[in-house]
Design a binder for this molecule. Structure first.
Ligand code: SF4
Length: 87
């Protein structure tokens, strides 16, 4: 994440933390007059930002959120030992 100054819908500017996907999302909002529904309904599928206009990477859908169960169990085990050592 980087901090960057962008235009806002009131004609001013604001500084926000941006990831690459957020940057695309804000660009699309600005492109469509800050109307989220118009970004959804964008009619320019040949625009290079089109697949990312909703702030999500559809190619990564379903990868994540599950976590690594084995790593979680190891972490909890280590934490349990630390808790017992502290007693
Ligand atoms: S994808 Fe659509 S809304 Fe986003 S920059 Fe391109 S034309 Fe504008």
């Amino acid at each position: 994440m980087i901090k960057h100054e962008i235009r806002d819908k009131n004609g001013g500017t604001r500084t926000i933390s941006l990831s690459p996907l957020k940057a695309i999302r804000y660009q699309c909002l600005e492109c469509m007059g800050f109307s989220p529904s118009q970004v959804v309904d964008c009619t320019s599928p040949l625009c290079s930002l089109f697949p990312y206009r909703l702030g999500k990477d559809e190619s990564r859908k379903g990868t994540g959120g599950q976590g690594n169960a084995e790593a979680l169990l190891k972490y909890r085990s280590r934490q349990g030992k630390k808790d017992q050592e502290a007693i």
